[in-house]
Ligand binder design. Structure first.
Ligand code: FES
Ligand code: CO
Length: 325
């Protein structure tokens, strides 16, 4: 089912890691639509994964001389989506003007490929840590989740669950109370104060203490988290971004950035994040209603849920319809 969410279609949506698009074309389902990504000398390109001739999936074809070749009858499409060759045409016959692929705007940034389905080319968000030499960046994902995209984002912004779902890692059950914090909206930025979170062993020394969390909403499906250790000024940020596959199917990706030496490999960092995410997964896959209620009367919020309330209000104001009630 095609999901005509105009807000998301007008945004940049993560499709895959840059390294996933190699010589072979790659199919990714975004908002219920099959999209083919392929790479040539000019970079990465995205088309609707559909040949206008007989509806074959172009992703089953190959890239030849920089053109995407349909697997069924060999029509060739250049980077602009224009058909440049139809093998069956008798000599002297020109290619019909309608022989085109449907092209989508896409770009590579921060290690990922992003697509803009409405071709309106909106401003891209800034994630400065990615090019900051003081930070080490580790890409995370894909993680498939059978839940609607905003539910996953909200789970990421939820501070109250840390001492329960992630007990022993990101919190302890003896310290469930979340310190008071506010959500600020300044010049379009939506972010929290620093929130003190008591953790059993935040720096690997075996010592329990408070660390400070902040959250920021960047885009409807892209949010930022920062953890700061007050003793060392060590900072870790996670940019979470969700690929909306369907109303109740998502793929989570992230960038984890560290301004300190973690003493762990990229694989170990990813494995830890996978483990934490696996703790959240059964929760978000079983929440009812599946869609995130944007009517604030539907669920019962506490003061510490302020950031998720701000997120719901933000989606409502933007008019996001996918996976929201
Ligand atoms: Fe693509 Fe025929 S379906 S060339
Ligand atoms: Co969690």
């Amino acid at each position: 089912m095609l999901l005509e969410d105009n807000v998301l279609r007008s945004d940049w949506i993560v499709a895959c890691k840059g390294e996933d698009v190699k010589e072979e074309p790659l199919q990714v389902t975004i908002l219920g639509e099959r999209i083919v990504f392929f790479r040539n000398e000019e970079g990465v390109h995205a088309f609707k994964d559909l040949c206008i001739h007989r509806g074959a999936a172009l992703s089953l074809g190959c890239v030849k001389d920089g053109n995407l070749v349909c697997p069924y009858h060999g029509w060739e499409y250049n980077s602009a989506g224009t058909c440049t060759k139809i093998p069956q045409l008798p000599e002297g016959r020109s290619i019909p003007l309608k022989a085109k692929a449907i092209k989508y705007t896409c770009k590579e940034a921060y290690g990922f490929v992003w697509v803009n389905l409405n071709n309106n080319n909106p401003p891209f968000f800034d994630y400065s840590y990615y090019s900051d030499e003081h930070y080490r960046n580790v890409l995370w994902g894909p993680q498939e989740v059978n839940a609607n995209p905003p539910r996953i984002v909200e789970n990421f912004l939820d501070v109250g669950h840390l001492s329960f779902i992630h007990e022993g890692f990101l919190g302890v059950q003896e310290h469930p109370v979340i310190g008071d914090y506010d959500v600020h909206i300044e010049e379009g930025r939506i972010f929290t104060d620093e929130i003190a979170i008591f953790q059993p062993d935040p720096d690997g020394s075996g010592q329990s203490k408070d660390v400070f969390y902040t959250y920021e909403i960047i885009r409807p499906l892209t949010v930022l988290f920062t953890k700061r250790d007050p003793d060392t000024e060590n900072k870790m940020t996670i940019l979470l971004t969700i690929l909306p596959v369907a109303e109740c199917k998502s793929i989570a990706y992230g960038i984890m950035s560290f301004n300190y030496e973690t003493g762990t490999t990229d694989e170990e960092i990813v494995a830890f994040q996978d483990m934490i995410f696996a703790q959240d997964k059964p929760i978000v896959e079983n929440q009812k209603p599946e869609d995130l209620p944007l009517d604030l009367q539907v669920e019962l919020s506490l003061k510490c849920d302020r950031m998720s309330i701000a997120y719901r209000q933000y989606l409502k104001k933007l008019g996001v319809t996918l996976g929201t009630d």
